[in-house]
Design a binder for this molecule. Structure first.
Ligand code: PLP
Length: 355
């Protein structure tokens, strides 16, 4: 196996040695999972679905799930494609639209999988730096890209770009615009999603996941919303049975209990305020977050040792060992107890994490 593929398999899996799930004593605030379980309706539906029908293939086009999603999100089923997590949908998008040397533009820093998928397609990676406040970089429109990607809210910053800016961007770019809304349900204001633009902008694809707000990261479910033409094209590229029977059942049941999800969102927003306030008290700059994580910065102070000290105490947060982010930590909003434990440990470590 080539070093290139070893490296990229690691990137695809979000794999960090020693940071895999499983140890109950670990406080896991590094991969933005939801600290609360999915709706009881999901578990009841799953129990019911575990029967001899598992010998049969699942619905190839996820028709039942798409019908429910269409009524929840106010679009037609033909505007929806279901994927094995939004990661798979990103891969379907790359395979649909990008060949060797096709230009793919996106602002950085952002979700690292974009890089990997562009490299696999041998596309041309065009990165445009975010300004210090993480507003939309004006230079993004002028890149003449076949595909433009925007993570909104962005990871790792947690910041959002306005709908007006997104509409302007969609009209100005020459190719497809993908808005990755993995975290949009956690946004402070309800109007943060680009979904209402789908009918008006023929080059727009909006991505959602069940891994974050619906607490189903382990089931691997994502949705893409776009024009009928784009969706029918992507349907031809996806694997025949890309979602298993149980995932389809779980996603459908989750959509049928939206109040459960919104209640968890409110709890996480409340905890996000507490976490942000606690970090600010310790002298961190905390970006205004619209996601289930916060990015905390200690200007020009390398936070690798702090991350390592926390890890030695079984508290996992995310440190990015890349230029421009070494003075930052990205911390998932856990339960109030987990946040208290984290803040307490950070206080104990104090200003001198090297000792
Ligand atoms: C910005 C962003 N997009 C997509 C994903 C992938 O989500 P999924 O679990 O649906 O593949 C993640 C996961 O962390 C993410 O942060």
């Amino acid at each position: 196996m080539s070093a290139y593929f070893r490296r990229n398999i690691a990137a695809l899996a979000g794999y960090v040695p020693g940071e895999q799930p499983g140890d109950e004593n670990v406080i896991k605030l590094n991969t933005n999972e939801n600290p609360y379980p999915a709706s009881p309706r999901v578990f009841a539906a799953l129990r019911k679905a575990i029967n001899s029908s598992l010998r049969l293939y699942p619905e190839p086009l996820a028709d039942s799930l798409r019908a429910v999603a269409a009524s929840v999100y106010g679009v037609k089923p033909e505007n929806i494609l279901a994927g094995n997590g939004s990661d798979e949908i990103l891969s379907i998008i790359m395979r649909s639209f990008i060949g060797p040397e096709d230009r793919v533009a996106f602002p950085v820093p952002t979700y690292s999988l974009y890089d990997t998928l562009i490299a696999i397609q041998q596309g041309e990676r065009i990165s445009v730096d975010y300004p210090a406040d993480f507003s939309l970089p004006e230079a993004l429109v002028a890149q003449n890209a076949a595909l433009t990607l925007l993570c909104n809210p962005n990871s790792p910053s947690g910041t959002v770009v306005s709908l007006q800016d997104i509409e302007r961007l969609a009209r100005a770019v020459s190719g497809i615009l993908v808005i990755d809304e993995a975290y949009v349900d956690f946004a402070e204001s309800e109007g943060a999603s680009s979904l209402p633009l789908i009918g008006r902008l023929p080059n727009l694809i909006v991505l959602r996941t069940f891994s974050k707000s619906f607490s189903l990261a382990g089931m691997r479910i994502g949705l893409a919303f776009a024009s009928e033409e784009i969706i029918s094209g992507m349907m031809k590229v996806k694997d025949s049975y890309n979602l298993n029977r149980l995932s389809l059942v779980a996603a459908t049941a989750a959509l049928q209990d939206m109040p459960w999800m919104t209640r968890n969102i409110r709890r996480i927003q409340q905890s996000r305020r507490q976490l942000s306030a606690g970090l600010r008290k310790m002298g961190f700059y905390v970006y205004p977050s619209h996601a289930n994580f916060v990015m905390a910065r200690k200007k020009e102070q390398n936070l690798k040792r702090l991350y390592e000290r926390l890890k030695s105490q079984k508290i996992l947060v995310r440190y990015f060992d890349v230029a421009g982010l070494q003075d930052c930590l990205r911390i998932t909003v856990g339960t109030p107890q987990e946040i208290q434990a984290l803040l307490k440990e950070m206080k104990a470590i104090g200003n001198n994490p090297t000792t």
